[in-house]
Design a protein around this ligand. Structure first.
Ligand code: MN
Length: 342
């Protein structure tokens, strides 16, 4: 097991799942949502949950502040996602998945409803009327899988496809330390339910635009290493994005590329939101803990994947021992939610 920081595993007792099931059974109209700039786990968890609720004869809207990443448009139900930053009617309950705090949704008005918090991010603020938190889940989609079973809903191909999407993307294509035997057992059941893993992988990973490929090349070309050769520093700004004919969304996944080099153990990827204002994505391998760095800057996330905000120049970052330290960069709140991911 990779050591964790912050609140260590507080796996909720099984009674919590029963409470969530009971709360769902008592209600009819739901909103399913997740975080801004949704990833595969956010989309997969919310859409799978909506399918399960509809199978129970309930009404379910899927609401996101931002549209799904382009490659996910081909997944079932994604076309029905409502993109908005405000809901007037929160229904009978709001299922918030994958969010450490309610603000991560970027959607106003959700706090007016009965909030069910389903999440696996360390540091979850337990903001819901019901809070189901499992730090050991490799993806929020694993929790959704459990909930679907507990609700007695058959694992349809649509639900299984979204659970598998969540697991595949949140484990970094089965790379990360969060993977358990359960992860594979859930994946097995998804395949038995009709998921085509090759179709999912090709849809997610082999659906890039040319602009995205050019942007990857440009950013990697100007990547720098610290003197130890263990820390990679990357940055992107609007000018580079424009020059490549890409968008900021096209940087998704790019932060993980340097870790494919054997000797590189950590990555700091600075994305400029405004002049001198950076959203920082931090990634690492093994015992290198980037969560402590992110926390020092008002951000958060996981041991191997965290995010924070920062202000200042880029040449002020270095690497000490097993810890990354960002020096002399003014601490900034993680207003944009950073890019904790996963
Ligand atoms: Mn996740």
């Amino acid at each position: 097991m990779t050591p964790t920081t912050g609140p260590t595993s507080t796996k909720t007792d099984p009674a919590t799942l029963d409470q969530v099931v009971a709360a769902i059974r008592q209600r009819d109209r739901f909103i399913c949502t997740s975080h801004v700039r949704p990833d595969g786990d956010a989309i997969g968890s919310a859409v799978a949950m909506a399918y399960a609720l509809r199978a129970l004869g309930k009404e379910a809207r899927v609401v996101f502040r931002d549209a799904a990443p382009g490659p996910l448009a081909v997944f079932p139900g994604v076309g029905d996602i409502e993109v908005t930053d405000r809901v007037a009617d929160p229904g009978d309950a709001v299922l918030v998945m994958e969010c450490g705090d309610l603000g991560r949704t970027g959607v106003a008005g959700l706090d007016q409803g009965f909030v069910i918090n389903i999440d696996h991010h360390p540091g979850n603020t337990m903001y819901g009327h019901l809070n189901w938190f499992e730090i050991s889940a490799a993806a929020c989609g694993e929790m959704v899988f459990d909930l679907v079973q507990a609700l007695g809903v058959p694992l349809t191909r649509e639900i299984a496809t979204h659970v598998y999407l969540a697991v595949l993307t949140d484990t970094g294509s089965f790379h990360y330390s969060s993977i358990s035997a359960r992860t594979f057992d859930i994946s097995r059941q998804c395949l038995e339910a009709g998921v085509d893993p090759q179709w999912v992988a090709r849809s997610v990973f082999d659906s890039n635009t040319l602009g995205r490929l050019r942007l990857f090349g440009a950013v990697l070309n100007r990547m720098e290493l610290d003197p130890s050769g263990r820390l990679a520093l990357m940055s992107v700004d609007q000018a580079l994005v424009d020059a490549c004919g890409a968008t900021y969304e096209d940087t998704e996944g790019l932060v993980n590329m340097p870790l494919t080099v054997k000797d590189i153990e950590a990555v700091a990827f600075f994305k400029e939101d405004a002049p001198g204002e950076w959203r920082v994505s931090l990634r690492s391998k093994g015992a290198v803990n980037v969560n402590v760095v992110a926390k020092g800057f008002g951000g958060g996330g996981h041991v191997n994947a965290s995010g924070c905000g920062a202000r200042g120049a880029l040449d002020l970052v270095d690497h000490q021992g097993e810890e990354l330290r960002l020096h002399r960069v003014e601490r900034a709140p993680c207003a944009a939610g950073g890019d904790a991911a996963r």
